[in-house]
Design a protein around this ligand. Structure first.
Ligand SMILES: [Zn+2]
Ligand SMILES: [Zn+2]
Ligand SMILES: [Zn+2]
Length: 106
């Protein structure tokens, strides 16, 4: 029997996590899930959503403060998180992959 209701979500903090987890008599294999952390679509900080944002909005392409929306941006891509040449929401950004991850066991 294998269906999605057998899936258990576990959260581990840090870079190390076990290969197997025992829950009662059941031994579960752990698989890593790459998750995207909550990112605000207005100021592009992490940890809150746009609806609860109190910061100035930024361009998602060039990181300019309060000037233009991402769709109208003509500037070169610049990420204020890591000061590298990619869009703020890019998966290339090292800030997208923090140490905490989500795992499924099945
Ligand atoms: Zn925000
Ligand atoms: Zn821009
Ligand atoms: Zn970046």
């Amino acid at each position: 029997m294998r269906n999605s209701s057998n899936m258990v979500f576990l959260t581990f903090f840090g870079f190390t996590f076990p290969d197997r987890v025992n829950i009662g008599p059941i031994n579960l294999r752990v698989r890593r899930f790459i998750s995207h952390p909550l990112q605000c679509l207005s100021c592009y900080s992490y940890g809150h959503g746009k609806s609860s944002c109190k910061e100035a909005s930024q361009c998602g392409n060039c990181s300019a403060l309060d000037s233009h929306p991402e769709e109208h941006c003509n500037a070169a891509a610049y990420c204020f998180h890591c000061r590298d040449a990619h869009q703020v929401r890019s998966r290339q950004c090292p800030n997208v992959s923090p140490g905490a991850g989500y795992f499924t066991a099945c």
